[in-house]
Design a protein around this ligand. Structure first.
Ligand code: ADP
Ligand code: ASP
Ligand code: MG
Length: 412
């Protein structure tokens, strides 16, 4: 029988009633003849609560125990979903990551899936089971410890299962009815897209649109998984939601496809570092060894052999970055006068494959921000995106002004 993967995010399994509603939707697909793999998130708010408990217990926690704790939310919903399906007379069984097993790397809290053997679940489908409910977000390391895939990781579990099982489609059920031109919660003119290209979705996700975890889009692109985002709260047709697909399957196209934002960014500047070969390598090796995810990097013009180096990273990694650079200074491998952190910035980005062939997008973006008197602190660009760091208090304003200026409320 054909296999379908259906993933339900936190709000879609937030209560027993919602689990029932999701289970009914699974029942509809089973009745159509699919064997279904259901991937569940933890009930909404649960993972945040678990992360909070870990931080309170141990601020510089052991990442293996962090994973042991934060993976547990998904175990509860997987069991409850299986029970709910059984109550509906749908043959179902739950699996935790290690039982499948979802084999991952051992980078705790940011593990990558390496392999998902299918025999175990396939064997059960052959014996008449119709639904395998799998706890999302978690796996098992080569050392046999529980791992997690990074926040939002159940999306990646879903796509990885779809690829491993050759599923006909991977449906991501969430609390919005598809992928929008920007976050509909901060821009009421945001427009739902019927289709979006993998590359644009990849950029939007990596720049902060949390509707899909970045890694899930990467996997879908690589393994040609038919990936759809849709609402678990509305009645659905086969055409509902947003299909993430190849560029050539899309008719409509605006130069800019969407605007993304990332709220919790920090800008850090190392003042007066030596301007000579090897210094950037020293700084960014120290940061990478401390697991700091550096995003933008700017090096200023040097004066008298000294320069300033600015980089951005998530606000919750500022303390780690601080510690790593101070240690490098204390060890004598790096010399700087001061490390200045600005933790009140955010990143706003415009994304579109049309930018490859159109000029003037950057100029227009900067003009729009200047008209709103928003100061740009750092700029980076790639072939299909432009990102700026600005003060966090202007985030909503910037997103709305850019959405208006690029007329994203209108189909191209
Ligand atoms: P889930 O719990 O189902 O995984 P998430 O909260 O992770 O859901 O992702 C859905 C949220 O993503 C939406 O509620 C919305 O606020 C946010 N979002 C940000 N950018 C976009 C976008 N471009 N299109 C749709 N949703 C977006
Ligand atoms: N529960 C995890 C989180 O909140 C994983 C997920 O929902 O995708 O990040
Ligand atoms: Mg999510």
């Amino acid at each position: 029988m054909p296999v379908l993967v259906m993933k339900f995010g936190g709000t879609s399994v937030a209560t027993l009633d919602r689990i029932k509603r999701a289970a009914k939707r699974v029942g509809v697909e089973v009745a159509k003849g699919y064997d279904v793999i259901v991937i569940v998130s933890a009930m909404s708010g649960k993972t945040n609560e678990l992360v909070g408990w870990v931080n309170e217990t141990s601020p510089m926690y052991d990442a293996r125990e962090y994973d042991a704790v934060v993976s547990s939310g998904e175990n509860v919903t997987a069991g409850l979903m299986a029970l709910t399906l059984q109550e509906m007379d749908v043959p179902a069984r739950s699996w935790q990551g290690w039982q499948v097993p979802v084999k991952t790397t051992s980078s705790h809290s940011a593990a990558r899936i390496e392999e998902i053997p299918t025999e175990n679940i396939m064997g059960r489908f052959e014996q008449g089971m119709r639904v395998a409910v799998v706890a999302g977000f978690q796996g098992v390391s080569p050392e046999g410890r529980i791992t997690t895939l990074g926040r939002g990781g159940s999306d990646t579990t879903a796509v990885a299962f779809a690829a491993a099982f050759g599923a006909e489609r991977c449906d991501i059920y969430t609390d919005v009815d598809g992928v929008y031109t920007t976050d509909p919660r901060i821009c009421e003119k945001a427009r739902k897209l019927d289709r979006i290209a993998f590359e644009e979705m990849l950029e939007l996700a990596s720049l902060g649109a949390k509707v899909l975890q970045t890694r899930s889009v990467e996997l879908a692109m690589r393994y040609k998984v038919r990936l759809r985002v849709l609402s678990s709260f509305e009645e659905q047709s086969d055409e509902a939601g947003t299909l993430v697909c190849d560029e050539d399957e899309i008719m409509e196209s605006n130069v800019v496809a969407g605007v993304a934002h990332s709220r919790d960014e920090a800008k850090m500047t190392l003042l007066s570092v030596a301007d000579r070969p090897g210094i950037a390598a020293t700084i960014f090796t120290a940061l990478s060894e401390a697991n700091v995810n550096v995003d933008m990097i700017v090096q200023n013009i040097s004066e008298e052999g000294r320069t300033d180096m600015t980089f951005s990273c998530p606000t919750d990694q500022v303390a780690r970055a601080d510690k790593a650079l101070a240690a490098a200074k204390a060890d004598g491998v790096l010399n700087f006068s001061e490390l200045v952190a600005d933790t009140n910035v955010c990143k706003v980005s415009v994304v579109g494959i049309g930018m490859r062939s159109h000029t003037g997008v950057a100029a227009k973006m900067f003009r729009v921000l200047s008209n709103e008197a928003i100061n740009i602190k750092v700029i980076t660009t790639s072939e299909i995106k432009i990102s700026v760091l600005i003060d966090r208090k202007y985030m909503e304003l910037a997103v709305q002004a850019l959405h208006d200026a690029f007329e994203l409320d209108k189909a191209g």
